[in-house]
Each structure stands twice: as structure tokens, then as C-alpha cells.
Design a protein around this ligand. Structure first.
Ligand SMILES: Nc1nc2c(c(=O)[nH]1)N[C@H]1C(S)=C(S)[C@@H](COP(=O)(O)O)O[C@H]1N2
Ligand SMILES: [Mo]
Length: 202
């Protein structure tokens, strides 16, 4: 059929497909680039913990073993890096931030994720609740590799991937917003890939 032939040929010539999965300015990669602002920290699991601190009645702490015992979820999501690569259908395992915040009473409106190595990133509390964010410790059915944030990283796939803090150790619940590492170096404070919020002023 002529119509089918034409549309196949048309698709074949496009370098950037008009893919509804691809935010503006992004391209798809099949690889999984590593982007780290510093060296990969290596903390023994016996010393690892995850804590909730800040605007919270009582700080919360889970050891690695306690964290593994929390209800976990399998998550399949597209991810989008501000350096313009997107990767479709990445498969993760981990704990929903909703689970971590389950019994917590807080007046906080923001969180800052903090990490081994000193990296931080800030998010509205709204963006890490309601099934939008996880602390992931598995990738593709295997323990998360150190280069990609193992033993555990934040996963916030609806925002640019710099918000998905690697080697995350906790969340600080805050009543005010505090720019994190890249946010204080000129990256957009919120970072919605669909609105192409790469840098301050976008
Ligand atoms: N702790 C920490 N987390 C981080 C970073 C970092 O440098 N340190 N880089 C961020 C950026 S800019 C991106 S794009 C992703 C990259 O994750 P990947 O190396 O698994 O692809 O991690 C984010 N999380
Ligand atoms: Mo990035």
C-alpha cells in the first residue's frame, strides 16, 4: 500500500523521531552513561543507614538490614539527563518514599536529599510523595552498581536525573527551599524535562 510505504520511508529518514516519550531537546540512548561530580564513595553496608531529619517530630533511621526489610516495589521508568540523553524503560527495585514517610508528621514543604560524598539536591515534598520517588537499591534485577549510586540512590524519574541523588543517605525535611549542589551552580531549581527547565531562567 502506497500510504504505508511513504510513512515507513519518512520515519526512516528522521534523525530525531517525534517520539512522545522524548522530552524536548533530548535524544534516546541505549547505554547507561555514568555522571558523577566526584569520586564514587564506598561505604560498608554495616555503616550505611538512611535517615529522615529536620522538621520531623522524631528523626527516623533504618540500618541497611532494616531498609531491606521494608516493603519494596519494582519500578519501570524513562529517565532524562540534563546533558540530553534519555533512557527508556529503566527497571529499578527499591522503597517508595511514601513508605519511608508513612507515619511521619511533618510541616515541611521541601526536602533536601543528602549523600555520601556531600552531594545534595532539593525537591518540593510533593515531588517525592504520591508514588513519584523511590530509594532504589536494585537495577535490572541486580544490586545497584556503585557507579550508578549503589548501594542506594534516590529515583525521581519525572525530573531531570540530577535530582536522582546517588549514594543517598537521607532526606532533610525543610519548611523552606534550599538549593542543592547543581541548583546553586546555575541549574534550574525544579528541573522538569517536559518544560525543558535545564538552567536558571529556563
Ligand atoms: N551523589 C551524586 N548523585 C548524583 C550525581 C552526582 O554527581 N553525585 N550526579 C547527578 C547527575 S547530573 C546525573 S545525570 C545522574 C547520573 O546518574 P548515573 O551516573 O547513574 O547515570 O546522577 C545524579 N546524581
Ligand atoms: Mo546530569
Amino acid at each position: 500500500m502506497v500510504e504505508g510505504f511513504i510513512s515507513r520511508g519518512f520515519r526512516g529518514r528522521r534523525r530525531q523521531p517525534n517520539n512522545a516519550q522524548l522530552p524536548p531537546g533530548q535524544y534516546e540512548t541505549k547505554g547507561f552513561p555514568v555522571l558523577s561530580a566526584g569520586p564514587t564513595p564506598h561505604v560498608p553496608l554495616s555503616e550505611w543507614d538512611f535517615t529522615l531529619v529536620g522538621e520531623i517530630d522524631e528523626a527516623k533511621r533504618w540500618s541497611w538490614e532494616e531498609f531491606q526489610a521494608l516493603p519494596s516495589e519494582e519500578i519501570t521508568k524513562d529517565i532524562h539527563c540534563v546533558t540530553k540523553w534519555s533512557k527508556f524503560g529503566t527497571r529499578w527495585g527499591g522503597v517508595s518514599v511514601d513508605t519511608l514517610l508513612g507515619n511521619v508528621e511533618t510541616s515541611a514543604a521541601y526536602v533536601t536529599a543528602f549523600c555520601d560524598g556531600g552531594y545534595t539536591t532539593n525537591l518540593p515534598l510533593e515531588d517525592v510523595t504520591g508514588g513519584k520517588a523511590w530509594v532504589a537499591y536494585a537495577y535490572d534485577g541486580e544490586p545497584l552498581e556503585p557507579a550508578h549510586g549503589g548501594p542506594a540512590r534516590l529515583l525521581v524519574p519525572h525530573l531531570y536525573f540530577w535530582k536522582s541523588a546517588k549514594w543517598v543517605r537521607g532526606l532533610s525535611l525543610l519548611s523552606h527551599d534550599e538549593p542543592g549542589f547543581w541548583e546553586s551552580l546555575g541549574y534550574h531549581n525544579y528541573g522538569d524535562p517536559w518544560r525543558e527547565q535545564r538552567y536558571q531562567g529556563d
